[in-house]
Ligand binder design. Structure first.
Ligand code: RAM
Length: 354
């Protein structure tokens, strides 16, 4: 009896310590696989802690996609009665987020919600932050799995990338040269999608399509605009462009819409309906896709609160409630999937406002 109450006391102490974010014991075996890294067990019935401090760190601040995601993060912050502070670099360069991660740790934030510009460049800073008790949730673009607790993926890479190839194939009528206009060369999400696109293109149903170049606009409007021009000049037979970045696809559409290539060279990608509406209406773009970035920001922030409250640890199979979005389950390697992307065309684009 005595031993048992002593054990209970020790265990409660351990849980309380972890919940306070101090002195978290790391399980190095679990760290290898990503996801659950805390020795503490999840308590699905633990109440959400009030007053949690959460830093929201996008790839870059002047990107409308992340502005919408931030709105979702802030509304989740209100729902969990916490405080969400958004900050971040103006460019999406590989190591531009490191100082912001260090600051979040110094400011004793409870959690960090980040879309990583580079999986490895941010990893050492994230690991240090976690050793100081911060919970780390990546969303949109993952960091190295052993540097974060949970990754909120917008949709599986397979469905995003296969969808992009299908859209360009339909737009160009199944044959011809195509190019990819990506964001930065190190972006985890972009590279995962490009890899799947190449696998898709190797399938017999796409034998008429030939990928001639992958260019990088660095998620910078002007660079993306110039790279579009460069692709068209370098490949006179180009029939289509896939730009799986909201910055790239909007810049490419702007270039095409006022050029001789409008309607001749097809464009698809991942874009926000509000940025792409005029290009769908003027016939430059037939279709493109995206998920709702605000739901992505909401889910990532809610997940950060669930982690910081001890409801989940990031281990596969754990379930939790994410406010308005309902129940989610942690998958393999600490990954949670928001849901399938939406395809936008002139028939449905006016139903969306983001
Ligand atoms: C850009 C960024 C982001 C990506 C979207 C689709 O805003 O590259 O990481 O997910 O496009």
């Amino acid at each position: 009896m005595k031993t048992r109450s002593l054990l209970a006391l020790v265990m409660t102490g351990a849980v309380a310590l972890t919940a306070c974010g101090g002195g978290t014991t790391k399980d190095s075996a679990a760290q290898e696989t990503g996801g659950a890294t805390n020795a503490a067990k999840a308590d699905p019935n633990a109440p959400l802690k009030e007053g949690l401090k959460i830093t929201f760190l996008p790839k870059q601040v002047n990107n409308p996609y992340f502005t919408v995601a931030q709105k979702g993060a802030e509304s989740a912050g209100t729902a969990v009665k916490g405080e969400v502070k958004a900050t971040g670099p103006s460019d999406a360069a590989a190591s531009s987020q490191v100082t912001y991660i260090n600051t979040a740790a110094q400011q004793r934030q409870d959690a960090l919600v980040i879309s990583a510009n580079d999986a490895n460049a941010v990893a050492p800073a994230l690991k240090t932050a976690r050793s100081q008790g911060l919970k780390v949730v990546t969303f949109d673009s993952d960091a190295a799995p052993d540097a974060r607790d949970v990754f909120i993926n917008q949709a599986t890479s397979d469905e995003i990338a296969a969808g992009q190839v299908k859209l360009i194939s339909e737009a160009v009528g199944g044959s011809g040269e195509i190019a990819i206009l990506s964001a930065t060369p190190n972006a985890t999400n972009q590279n995962a999608w490009i890899e799947v696109m190449k696998t898709e293109l190797a399938k017999p149903e796409y034998s008429g399509l030939k990928l001639v170049e992958t260019a990088y606009g660095n998620d910078d409007d002007q660079t993306s605009f110039q790279k579009t021009q460069g692709l068209l000049q370098a490949h006179p037979d180009l029939k289509g462009i896939i730009s799986p970045t909201t910055v790239g696809v909007a810049a490419a559409a702007r270039y095409l819409s006022s050029s001789e290539y409008k309607g001749k060279v097809q464009l698809t990608g991942l874009g926000t309906p509000n940025q792409m509406r005029k290009f769908v209406q003027d016939g430059t773009v037939k279709s493109f896709a995206l998920w709702d970035p605000s739901k992505l920001g909401y889910l990532a922030t809610y997940t950060a609160a669930a982690l910081a409250s001890g409801q989940i640890t990031g281990a596969e199979g754990e379930k939790y409630q994410a406010g308005d979005l309902g129940e989610y389950t942690i998958g393999a390697k600490g990954e949670v999937v928001l849901g399938p992307p939406t395809v936008f065309t002139k028939d449905n684009i006016d139903q969306f406002d983001f």
